[in-house]
Structure formats: structure tokens, C-alpha cells
Design a protein around this ligand. Structure first.
Ligand code: PMP
Length: 431
């Protein structure tokens, strides 16, 4: 350690020694611009502080879990009070039943709920439930969609086998003909169609679900006796106060939830319709921490606030304001920013930027100005954000676009991104 080293650099060095690769998974900054901090100290409301003491308006919201603000007084108090009473216990508390009642009342297609810890638990449980229900193996998934990090779905195949990914057929999101072809090639073995609530794949433009595609997925499942699964782990509660496909009038048989259902406290859920109840009861799924009461206490407060406040309408409105403000500022500087997906879960990609050099440069400039944006993953707005925050983000964008414009000709692509992409681009972007 040298005197000039920042706390973040010092921690990265220490991490190199004791954490493989220095960091792993989606919270590794290995594929972010060089100046992005790896370590943070705390969050409050819409803001996040890195270990070097810098504050950011956080447009990542912990990659989704933070729905109503970091360190939310009411939610965290409920969690801490339950924690002090014991957590986890030898069996669940009353909160588990109440939470299942609350979630099934909130999500129209759901008649039952099972709780787990991570989104991957919930999507894997959906897969197993569908196979148990149908006694078939094949699932149809959209190419490039993320459903978690278990061997059957991880986007980085290192350490997995072809057998882990057997019995999967891929279609193209929103493309009815490719969905029909995938279902046809499953023959009489279709167990499930998995769907993201909207196309939220990394590195490529997002797309809202087309109602005709969603309806066709429902019909095909009904015709074949298969189950329709919506993976609402990322979109859940930011698109609707119901399953996200309620916006296109389609109810799945199973939906997977996680991330923000307890405003960041560790809990996820599989919700299901009556049809799938017996199959769900037949599978053996469990975990040491799955029944813990403290996150359930947090979830109950979060869901009450979801029902009683206008957070959803607010993040939609703030997302629209951010989108139109960015559009104006990008155009004024001679750039076209492709802003896709729901405005409250935006992704910004620059036109004519295949190696993301402009995206990386602009994101760094935003970071310097106190706004944490992501150059290739969708972002998240939170109910803690205000008009003033969006105004500040737009002011930052004005500065960031103007430096980008001035330096445009001299900007180089990120070497680490290129090195990463070269061998595995196919797996990551699903092309
Ligand atoms: N499904 C989707 C759509 C996700 O976005 C994620 C996480 N980003 C998962 C599943 C897996 O969730 P977790 O990381 O909590 O296991």
C-alpha cells in the first residue's frame, strides 16, 4: 500500500489476494470504465457513497433491489425489530403466511407463494415446478435473456456441462414465428415457455413485450399443456403492481420475483396459479435462510408502501423526464442516444458506438459529476428520487455530452471490454 492509493484501490489489492478475480458476478466492475469504484460504504435514499467518500445519485439501485430508497426508515425498522426477535428460527413465523396472503392478493394470477433468497432460486424453482407438473423436460427460452446464475442458465458456461443446458430451445423475443418454431421442435415434450417481462438483455437495445407475442405464448402453453413462466425478478414492481405481463393482458402460470420485493432485504419468491399447486407441493426445495422472518417483515412493509403510495407513477414520470431531457442534450451535442425499455428501467446506448467507447466515456463523465450510470446494463429508478435529482442528472449530462463532443475523435475503446468480448460475445449477447 502506498500513501497515494485510494481506499478503493487499497481494497481491490486486498481483494485480489482473497477473492477470486478480485470480485465476481454482476457486481464486479471488471467490465465498467476504469474509474468506476468497486467498493461502497453506504446508501441513503437515492444516493450511494463509495469508499473514497464520493456521493452519487445511483441510477443502478443495487441492480434493482432498492425500490423505495436506501436505508428506508420504516422498512429497515421492521426488519431490524424482527431480527432482534430471532432470525432465522427453527421454523417460519406467522409473517410467512401473511406475506404469501399479501403477494397472492397483489398478483392476479397467483394462488400460492413459496419464498427463497435469490432470483435464481425462484427461476430454478419455476423450471423444476414446470417439469414436475408436465412430467416433460423441454423449455423454450428467449435467446440472450438472463434468468440467473445456476448451471442451467448462467451466461458464462465455464464449469457447466452441455447436459446442464440440455432440453432447452431458444426463440427470439417478440418474434412469434420463432416462438412457434421453438415450440414445434419441442414436439410433445414442452414443459414451459419462459418469458422476461420485457427484453432486458445486456449490451443490446431493450424491447417492450408485444401483446400478440405474449398472447401467443399463453395460447401455445394452453394447447400443449405446458406452463407459462414470467421471470419478473428484475422488472417486478417497477412495471406494475401485479405481474408485469398484466400490462399486456396475459397471465402466466408461474412468476418469479426477487430483488426489490423487500426493498433490498434478501428474499425472493415463486408465485403460481392453482393449476401448478400440486406440482409445487411435490418438489423438494429449501434453504437454510429461506424462512428467515426479518426479510419477510421488510417485504410486508415494502408491499404496503407499493400498494399505498404513488411510487410507480412517480418513477414512470421521472423516467420520462430523464429520457426526454437526455434526448435533447444528446441531440444538442450531435449524438443520438438510443433510450430503450420502460423509462423507469432505462438503457442508454449511443448510435454508431459498436465498441461502446462513447458509452464508456460518457458514463465516466457522468460519474465524475456525481451520477452513477451503467454503459450496457439497464438502470433502475427508485421511489426515493425527486425532480431535483433528475434535474441534477440532466445538468451532469449537459457537461458529459459537451466533453464527449470535444474529445470525440480521440476516444479509444476500452481494452478490457474488448478482451472480454472477443472470445465469448456469442454467449453474452446471444447473437
Ligand atoms: N432473472 C432476472 C430477469 C434477473 O435480472 C436476475 C438477476 N439480475 C435473476 C433472474 C437472478 O436473480 P439473482 O441474482 O437474485 O439470483
Amino acid at each position: 500500500m502506498t500513501a497515494a492509493m485510494s481506499k478503493d484501490q487499497e481494497l481491490r489489492l486486498r481483494a485480489e489476494a482473497v477473492i477470486p478475480g478480485g470480485m465476481y458476478g454482476h457486481q464486479s466492475v471488471a467490465l465498467l470504465p476504469d474509474d468506476y469504484p468497486q467498493f461502497f460504504s453506504h446508501g441513503e435514499g437515492a444516493y450511494l457513497w463509495d469508499v473514497n467518500g464520493r456521493r452519487y445519485l445511483d441510477l443502478m439501485c443495487a441492480y434493482g433491489p432498492q425500490l423505495l430508497g436506501y436505508a428506508h426508515e420504516e422498512i429497515d425498522t421492521a426488519a431490524v425489530e424482527q431480527l432482534r426477535r430471532g432470525d432465522p428460527l427453527t421454523g417460519p413465523t406467522e409473517l410467512m403466511v401473511t406475506l404469501a396472503e399479501r403477494m397472492t392478493a397483489m398478483v392476479k394470477h397467483a394462488q400460492w407463494a413459496m419464498f427463497c433468497k435469490n432470483g435464481t432460486d425462484a427461476t430454478t424453482m419455476a423450471l423444476v415446478t414446470a417439469r414436475a407438473h408436465t412430467r416433460r423436460k423441454t423449455v423454450v427460452l428467449a435467446k440472450g435473456a438472463y434468468h440467473g446464475a445456476a448451471p442451467w442458465c448462467t451466461p458464462r458456461p465455464s464449469g457447466t456441462t452441455a447436459e446442464d443446458r440440455a432440453n432447452q430451445i431458444f426463440c427470439i423475443y417478440n418474434d412469434i414465428a420463432s416462438l412457434e418454431a421453438a415450440v414445434a421442435s419441442a414436439g410433445s415434450d414442452l414443459a414451459a415457455i419462459f418469458a422476461s417481462p420485457f427484453k432486458h438483455d445486456a449490451f443490446v437495445d431493450q424491447a417492450l413485450p408485444e401483446a400478440a407475442y405474449a398472447r401467443r405464448a399463453r395460447e401455445l402453453c394452453d394447447q400443449r399443456g405446458a406452463l407459462l413462466v414470467v421471470d419478473d425478478v428484475r422488472g417486478g414492481l417497477r412495471i406494475a403492481r401485479d405481474c408485469s405481463w398484466s400490462t399486456v393482458g396475459v397471465e402466466p402460470d408461474l412468476s418469479s420475483w426477487g430483488k426489490c420485493i423487500a426493498n433490498g432485504h434478501p428474499i425472493s419468491a415463486l408465485l403460481g396459479s392453482e393449476k401448478a399447486r400440486d406440482a409445487a407441493a411435490s418438489i423438494f426445495v429449501t434453504g437454510s435462510f429461506w424462512y428467515a422472518a426479518s426479510p419477510m417483515a421488510a417485504a410486508l412493509v415494502t408491499l404496503r408502501l407499493v400498494a399505498q403510495t404513488d411510487y410507480l407513477e412517480r418513477i414512470e414520470r421521472l423516467g420520462d423526464k430523464l429520457r426526454s431531457g437526455l434526448h435533447e442534450r444528446a441531440s444538442a451535442s450531435g449524438f443520438r442516444l438510443r433510450q430503450t425499455g420502460p423509462a423507469q428501467m432505462p438503457l442508454f446506448l449511443f448510435d454508431e458506438d459498436p465498441d461502446l467507447r462513447f458509452g464508456f466515456f460518457w458514463s465516466s463523465e457522468m460519474l465524475k459529476r456525481g451520477v452513477y450510470v451503467h454503459p450496457w446494463h439497464n438502470m433502475f429508478l427508485s421511489g426515493a428520487m425527486t425532480d431535483l435529482d433528475i434535474d441534477a442528472a440532466l445538468d451532469a449530462a449537459t457537461g458529459a455530452f459537451s466533453v464527449l463532443k470535444a474529445k470525440r475523435a480521440t476516444i479509444k475503446p476500452s481494452q478490457k471490454l474488448q478482451a472480454f468480448f472477443a472470445p465469448i460475445a456469442k454467449d453474452v449477447v446471444g447473437t
